[in-house]
Write a protein of this length. Structure first.
Length: 166
């Protein structure tokens, strides 16, 4: 019977539920991926809810996560790995800028103000920042220029008055 042979082949091709899914298998020394972390946390929560003991060796067999790393995962209480975490803005580990965004916005507002004369707009960057009312923490013209370029897109504050041709 050809139908019986086909049924046996499909049964053999089915996934076995006694083995962990491939995404939970952990290999290598790199950071433990999100499914592994979730597996460790879920096993501990499951054990706590049912008031049973699940050994770290059993969790290691299922997820492939070492006992010491399981402790770190449980201490962090985070299911997701760092690269899957919610974006919290710019990296706080970098050097603090000497001019904040609000200060560069103040300089831009000063330069865009129609009451500011062209001579005042043509002053050096440090004088422009001082005239805008910003208390500078640096004496470097390049710092002010780069901050204005980065935040406001202002490349050059020096402009010349247009002269009418006769």
């Amino acid at each position: 019977m050809p139908g019986g042979h086909k049924a046996r082949a499909s049964r053999a091709a089915r996934a076995r539920h006694l083995t962990p899914p491939p995404e939970l298998l952990h290999e290598g020394p790199e950071q433990v991926k999100t499914p592994h972390r979730a597996g460790v946390l879920y096993a501990k929560l499951y054990a706590q809810e049912l008031s049973i003991e699940i050994s770290t060796e059993t969790i290691r067999k299922v997820t492939g996560v070492a006992r010491r790393i399981q402790g770190r995962i449980l201490a962090s209480k985070r299911v997701r790995t760092r690269h899957n975490a919610v974006d919290k803005g710019p990296d706080p580990r970098g050097r603090k800028p000497l001019l904040s965004r609000s200060e560069t916005a103040t300089i831009a507002a000063y330069l865009n103000d129609p009451s500011t004369s062209l001579d005042d707009k043509g002053k050096p960057w440090l004088d422009i920042a001082e005239d805008a009312g910003i208390e500078l923490r640096t004496e470097c013209t390049r710092t002010v220029r780069r901050a204005c370029k980065r935040d406001e897109g202002i490349i050059n504050a020096i402009c010349e008055e247009e002269k009418e041709l006769t």
